[in-house]
Design a protein around this ligand. Structure first.
Ligand SMILES: *Cc1c(COP(=O)(O)O)cnc(C)c1O
Length: 375
């Protein structure tokens, strides 16, 4: 794997993110949609995605054009029957987006919401499921990218299964780095993206759906282009995509999946991100920044820092100076606290993260701030 070109900034953002030079180079081909190499590559990608969550025997993989939200919307539209009812577990903006999707789709939804720094509580979930027999499906966001919080998906999956309901997982910012195995986490479907922890380019998502219940999803979709039932059947019967495939995105993802395997799979990638996260959090704390989350709730994906209460500090200036030094960070997304975020995912390691922390230190110095904590 070649490092990314030095002329591009390091994207410390949760997508688009920094990809390896080899992933970008993989796109330098024009494949026709009927090319046998292309058809084989699609099969290889789907098999690879299924094996990453031990779901080759139990689930189907349906790739879909578009950003991650397209896959989430397609998953809900296809899995939730038109007369079904969703219980949506929310602790951030991506959870709220699922509620909004249901409103567009005209599907019944109720919300169990916790604070943006509070994981979903499985005991509360059990109580709601016991009190409302109408709920057919439950949605959870594995890593809520709003704050970077990790939700206890295995525990939630057990509660949902014990109550005989179906679980839909937004695994967008977790898939490829955080473990999720269909052999011990029962789920009806999950949605993922090529562009986050899989370290490929944006433009393509996928849904992994339980085989046994898949035939019953026929006719659920409200939308022609997001109809996963049709998408899968067409691909299964012809080997081809229903509509123009994102050929270059698929070439990139094929290489990205090989690079993930060479790195040592999900455990190794998870460790690299964990180390990125540790270097970031320790370095920033030394400079006087505070994290929103305690370490025990923090997923090694993106870290939310509280906006320093320092008269001299301005986020706009901070962002611009960091970006001049080659590091792109992310504004905050919390509803009730001023914050900013720095991502730990992408094709880089602890050295680049140390350089990012050094750049933060340098920027603080040019702003005339020595240590945020002591001033
Ligand atoms: C990135 C992300 C999405 C999808 O966002 P897009 O901007 O549509 O790619 C959905 N859910 C979570 C948790 C995410 O992190």
């Amino acid at each position: 794997m070649e490092p990314p070109p030095k002329t591009d900034p390091l994207l410390l953002t949760p997508g688009p993110l920094t990809t390896s030079a080899t992933v970008k180079q993989a796109m330098l081909h024009d494949y026709g949609s009927r090319d046998i190499r292309f058809i084989e590559m699609n099969r290889r990608i789907c098999a690879g995605l299924l094996s990453l969550c031990d779901a080759g025997e139990t689930h189907l993989c349906i790739p879909l054009q578009g950003s991650g939200s397209f896959a989430v919307e397609a998953m809900i539209a296809n899995q939730l029957p038109r007369d079904g009812k969703l219980l949506n577990l929310v602790n951030g903006a991506y959870g709220h987006r699922i509620t909004e999707i249901c409103r567009y789709l005209g599907r019944e939804v109720s919300v169990l919401e916790t604070g943006e720094d509070q994981p979903v509580d499985p005991a509360d979930l059990a109580r709601v499921l016991e009190s409302d027999a109408g709920i057919t499906h439950v949605t959870v966001v594995y890593c809520e990218t709003t704050s970077g919080i990790l939700n206890p998906v295995p525990d939630i999956a057990q509660v949902v299964a014990n109550h005989g309901r179906s679980l839909l997982i937004d695994a967008m910012s977790a898939f490829g780095a955080l473990p999720l195995s269909a052999s011990n986490v029962p789920f009806a479907a999950l949605a993922g993206s090529a562009n986050k922890c899989l370290e490929s380019v944006p433009g393509l998502g996928f849904v992994i759906a339980d085989k046994a219940s898949f035939p019953a999803t026929e006719g659920n979709a409200h939308s022609l282009s997001l109809d996963l039932y049709k998408q899968w059947h067409y691909m299964n019967e012809t080997g081809q995509w229903r509509f123009t495939p994102p050929t270059h995105c698929l070439l990139a993802l094929d290489t990205a999946l090989q690079e993930l395997e060479r790195e040592g799979g999900i455990p190794a990638r998870g460790r690299r991100y964990q180390e990125n996260c540790r270097v970031l959090v320790n370095g920033m704390r030394e400079l006087g920044f505070e994290t929103l989350l305690p370490d025990g709730l923090q997923a090694p994906v993106i870290v939310t820092f509280l906006m320093p209460e320092n008269e001299v500090f301005s986020f706009t200036g901070f962002y611009r100076r960091l970006s001049d030094l080659g590091f792109v960070i992310y504004p905050g997304k919390l509803t009730d606290r001023d914050s900013f975020r720095i991502g730990c995912i992408g094709s880089f390691g602890a050295d680049e993260m140390r350089a990012a922390v050094a750049a933060v230190k340098q920027v603080l110095q040019t702003m005339g701030i020595r240590n945020l904590g002591s001033e």
